[in-house]
Every structure is written in C-alpha cells, then in structure tokens.
Design a protein around this ligand. Structure first.
Ligand code: GAP
Length: 453
C-alpha cells in the first residue's frame, strides 16, 4: 500500500471515525450543525480515558492541586471584568461574491491581491471585529438585564471561585485549581474536522504562585505537559514548542508557549501554557470590590497571586491521538496470506476497548462458556468486547481498526483437549506486533491491568 497524501490520510481518518463510531456530525440527519460534533460509542470511551488520565496526573497524583466544576452559564459581569465582552473577537471579512464570512487570516493572497479562499472573489469587505461569545438570556424575559454568556473558557470560573477554594482547601502557594468542561466560541469558520469547533471541551489548570516564581513555573508546566502528551502516546517528534513572540501574546502575559502538533492539515496548536500574571484576579477584585488577596502567614503580607495556566483542548487532543494512531500495514489472514490492514495504534492507556475476547468457534459450547467466563473476569477492570462472529483473522482485523491493544482467544488447548498442561490457558495477542503469548486465565487481570494503566 503506498503512503496516502496528507489530505487523503485526513479523509480516511474522518471516514473511519464515522464508520466505526468515534465521531459523528451533530444533527446529521437534518443536514448537520456546523462546528458541533457528537462522539459515538468508541469516541466517548476515548474521551473519558483522556480526561480521566489528565485528572489523575494533574489532580489526584499531586498534593498541590484541587479540582472544581463550574457552571457554563456565566454572569456578564465576570466576562466584562475579564475583558471578553469588549475584546474576545476575531477580525471578520465578507466575500461579496459568494457571501461567505471569513476570518481575516484565512484569505489567500495571489500576486499581492487578497482573495476569498472559497470562490477566488476579490470583492471583499473591510475587516470588522466579530465577538466570539454566545449570548443567551436567563429567565423568561429576554432583555438587557437577563443577558448571560456560555463560557468561552473554563478559566474564569476558577478565578471567580479562587477565594472560596483557597479557604476550603487551606492550600498554600504555590497551588493550582483544575477544571475540565465545555467551552463555546462562535468561530467564524469552524474547520479541519473537530479541530476548530463552536462547542468543545477544555482541560485547564490555573496554578497560583508568587510573582517572582512565575517564569519558573511556566517552564515547569511546559515540561510537565510535554511529558503528558508522550505518556498518552503522541510521538515526541510530532510535538513542537512555539515560544509566542511578545507582539502576539495577550498584553497581560509575560510568557506563553504553544504546544503544537503535526496534524495532517499542518502544524497547529494543541495547548497553550501561559503566564497570565495577576491580571485576572486583579480585574475581578476591582470589578467585584471583593478582596481576592492571599495572606501569607509567615511574612504577614497580603497580595494577589500570579498564575500560570496550562490550557489544553480535549477535542484537539482526541483528534491528535486518532491522527497519531492511524496506520496502514499488512497482516496475515486465516490462510496465512498477507492482507492490508488499518490499525489504530492507540497507547493501551487511551484505547477505548482494552481487550477483545474470542472463542475460536462459536458453535463449540465449551469454548463459548469459557470465553464468557473470561469476559466476566475482566469486566470489573477494563472495557472488554466479546466477539464470536466470523473467521478469527477477521475478528482481529475489526479490533485492530478500532485500536484494541489486546485480544484473548479461547481455543482447544484452553479446554485441555490436546495437552492437559495447557488447560485454562489462552493466547494473548498484541495488536502492534501481532505476536501471541500463552497465558494462564487467572493471570490475565493482573497482566492486562499493568499494561493499560
Ligand atoms: N484559558 C485560556 C484559553 O482558553 P485558548 O488558547 O484560547 O486559551 C486553549 O484555548 C485551548 O482550547 C486551545 O489550545 C485548544 O486546544 C482549545 N480550543 C480553543 N478554541 C477551540 C476551538 N474553537 N475548537 C476546539 N478547541 C479549541
């Protein structure tokens, strides 16, 4: 099989996502809702694995981070204070020829003339600012005083709850507050599959520290986050760090790194790690007239802490995981002939289904009974898929295509028919090497748990 071009590769990935139930267009039967996506049975497992692992390493395995889960509906005063109502906008240009709305940086330039990327039209409006926030109304009356917003980032509820969480958790600086949740942005041009969506999820940590330690923690979190991506299976060579230049950083940020990934459609941002100084807490203190200061017991000083923020996108990371995992190679069929196979090489920690269980033949009751016992043995520990339909090679192939790292086959050796010493053993097949090892059934939970942790 010759290597597909990047565009072909992306097309194949999108089609696999739909065919196998990772990601569907939202409201597809009504023509689709642009910029919104639904995750199917496998997509939702993959997403949970990612979010659970992030929570594990960012909250549970640390002494200095606690979590929260804030509301999506946000008081307008919060987003006025943070600067979003005034300034959370992108420059928008309209093409008068095909009537499309375009982000100014999406225009193409040919021979020094700006053109519409859709129709090539040169009759374009001037750029004007388009606010990306979704506005809604709370309560029965739709009037100025009932306006609320769907949050454009999870971060602001962390800043607004800073004092409450400080008091209840009794943490000392440096410490962090973590949150995973939905965010909404009315992107002018959602594109590249789920990469730029209007509804998406973020995994954010606000790590509060003393001003003099801000740059140190910025570098620390960059390294931690790079390790995280490697630990979920992204290849280090496909990750890049962009030290965002002064002119492109938010005015309040003293340093920002973008962690970028080589998607098939180009190198794009996966996560921002930003040193936001004391900007947000100061803004909320000013606007609410409530003290958001930290009191240092030792020095008896009161001050507004600074903050370093690693902010990752769930959907973008899922897309990177799928792109990174997608591979085409050859595998033997039941006759031993090599056939093309599509395989998702997910890290076992991320794989939606951890283990598939196959009785060699579905019409041999003792094999089926044993296989179902093994399913029951493994289910408390991991996601398991039972499959008795079709030739064993085809069953392996179906699991390879969804990235199941392990396959257990129950055969006549398991029943001890040929060699009593092999009774109650099974073959354990590895998705990537396609090697099989013989394992005692009772050892399966421990061996597999170790490999998927
Ligand atoms: N609190 C900081 C913040 O929200 P951001 O760079 O605007 O910073 C952080 O967003 C991350 O959220 C991005 O790196 C990306 O992974 C994700 N993200 C932002 N906009 C997105 C969109 N329209 N669709 C999908 N993910 C998005």
């Amino acid at each position: 099989m010759s290597a597909p071009s990047d565009a072909q590769r992306m097309e194949k990935i999108v089609s696999l996502c739909k065919r196998r139930g990772f990601i569907f267009q939202s409201s597809e039967i009504y023509g689709g809702l642009n910029g919104a996506w639904d995750y199917g049975p496998l997509g939702v497992e993959l997403k949970r694995n990612l979010k659970n692992y992030w929570w594990r390493v960012m909250v549970h395995e640390r002494d200095d981070v606690v979590g929260m889960d804030g509301s999506i509906l946000t008081h307008p005063a919060v987003l006025k204070a943070s600067g979003h109502v005034e300034g959370f906008s992108d420059p928008m240009i309209d093409c008068r020829t095909c009537k499309s709305h375009l982000r100014a940086d999406q225009l193409v330039e040919k021979k020094g003339v700006k053109q519409c990327p859709n129709c090539g039209g040169k009759d374009l409006t001037e750029a004007r600012q388009f606010n990306l926030m979704f506005e809604t109304h709370v309560g029965a009356a739709a009037e100025e005083s009932s306006i609320a917003y769907l949050r454009p980032e999870t971060a602001q509820s962390i800043f607004v709850q800073f004092k409450n969480i400080l008091e209840v958790s009794r943490k000392k600086l440096p410490f962090g507050i973590a949150q995973i949740g939905k965010a909404f942005r009315n992107e002018i041009n959602p594109r590249n599959f789920t990469f730029r969506s209007r509804e998406f999820e973020q995994m954010e940590l606000e790590y509060f520290c003393r001003a003099e330690e801000g740059m140190k923690w910025l570098d620390y979190w960059l390294e931690e986050r790079l390790k995280f991506y490697e630990n979920i299976g992204l290849v280090r060579a496909s990750l890049h760090v962009l030290n965002v230049p002064d002119a492109e950083r938010a005015f309040y940020s003293k340093g920002t790194y973008d962690i970028e990934y080589d998607f098939p459609f180009g190198r794009q941002e996966l996560e921002g790690v930003a040193y936001r100084t004391d900007y947000d807490l100061l803004q909320h203190q000013k606007a609410s007239a409530k003290s958001l200061e930290y009191f240092d017991d030792e020095t008896k000083q009161r001050f507004i802490p600074h903050v370093v923020e690693p902010s990752a996108g769930v959907d973008r990371t899922i897309l990177a995981l799928i792109c990174n995992a997608y591979a085409e190679d050859k595998a033997p069929n039941d006759k031993g002939e090599l056939e093309s196979r599509i395989v998702l090489r997910f890290h076992p920690r991320m794989a939606p289904i951890k283990c598939a269980v196959f009785p060699l033949l579905k019409n041999k009751e003792p094999l089926v009974v044993k296989a179902k016992e093994i399913v029951a043995l493994l289910r408390p520990h991991m996601t398991v898929f039972y499959d008795e339909g079709g030739a064993i090679g085809r069953r392996y192939r179906r699991q390879d295509e969804i990235g199941t790292p392990f396959g257990v086959t129950i055969d006549f050796e398991t029943l001890g028919e040929k060699n009593p010493a092999l009774r109650d053993t099974v073959t354990l097949r590895d998705r990537d090497s396609m090697q099989q090892e013989r394992i005692a059934i009772q050892d399966l939970p421990v061996i597999l748990r170790e490999r998927i942790r």
